[in-house]
Design a protein around this ligand. Structure first.
Ligand code: ATP
Length: 233
């Protein structure tokens, strides 16, 4: 069996006294796209934030390619190869597209600009526009492009399609499929089940801070009704 790129074991996380993740465990194989699904408040965002060190009270094990990430502060993660795009996207609003893409410093070996612009042709058209002048879809694409510039091995996306028009959602789906074909490993939180079904190889259902179902794409049809019910879709 292939060693997972990301392995999470016994992860607990809390906001103050309030536990959110309880003994969470899952892994992501190299080149795999995994969708973390669940109702509002299940703990999906907290899982990603705990993974990148943004939840102060956490314990357990997080390994990337065997290396223990637990003691590392968030600003070291890009250097380890994790590219995190939060729900609020994290582009620099006052800077242009060109400046946003010039900034990231990660492990080196970032994705070449030609490949970035082939994946996101809109960004070439908006090259000198400030972040504030971009549409929501363009901001999402810029946010993904920024982390790809850092030379990442794991792309972590929180609700990449939220609030976006169907045509843009299609475009982002196509980008994720292209990245997958390039061999990128992707972990995404998604409320849009149709989108997740299109892009992911495996589906984790999260309920009350735990993973309660772990299904491959092949297993999905058999469990789809139950899953839809649990997701409330
Ligand atoms: P959503 O889709 O609504 O974001 P989610 O599955 O991503 O849902 P989380 O955002 O991880 O869920 O929230 C899990 C629980 O933690 C919820 O009960 C939420 O109210 C609580 N929570 C989230 N962020 C904080 C915070 N900064 N301080 C205190 N509690 C929080």
């Amino acid at each position: 069996m292939t060693e997972p790129l990301l392995r999470i074991e016994g992860l607990r996380a809390a906001y103050g006294e309030c536990p959110v993740l309880e003994d969470l465990a899952f892994s992501v194989a190299p080149g795999e796209t995994v969708a973390l699904l669940g109702r509002n408040g299940a703990g999906k965002t907290t899982t990603l934030r705990a993974l990148v060190g943004l939840v102060p009270h956490r314990s357990g094990q997080i390994r990337l390619d065997g290396a223990d990430l637990m003691p590392l502060p968030p600003h070291h993660l890009a250097r380890c190869g994790i590219g995190y795009v939060p729900e609020e996207r994290g582009v620099y609003a006052s800077l242009t597209v060109a400046e946003n893409l010039a900034l990231p410093r990660g492990r080196g070996n970032g994705m070449p600009m030609e490949r970035i612009l082939a994946l996101f042709p809109n960004l070439a058209e908006r090259w000198d526009s400030a972040g504030t002048d971009l549409s929501g879809g363009e901001q999402q694409m810029l946010a993904i492009a920024r982390v790809l510039r850092m030379g990442i091995r794991l792309l972590v996306l929180d609700e990449p399609t939220e609030g976006l028009a169907p045509a843009i959602v299609q475009r982002i789906g196509a980008v994720l499929q292209d990245l997958r074909r390039d061999g990128m490993t992707i972990l995404l939180v998604e409320q849009n089940f149709r989108f997740a079904r299109r892009v992911a190889d495996r589906f984790l259902l999260m309920e009350h801070g735990r993973i309660t179902a772990n299904l491959t794409k092949a297993e999905l049809p058999e469990h789809e009704n139950r899953l839809s019910e649990r997701l409330g879709v």
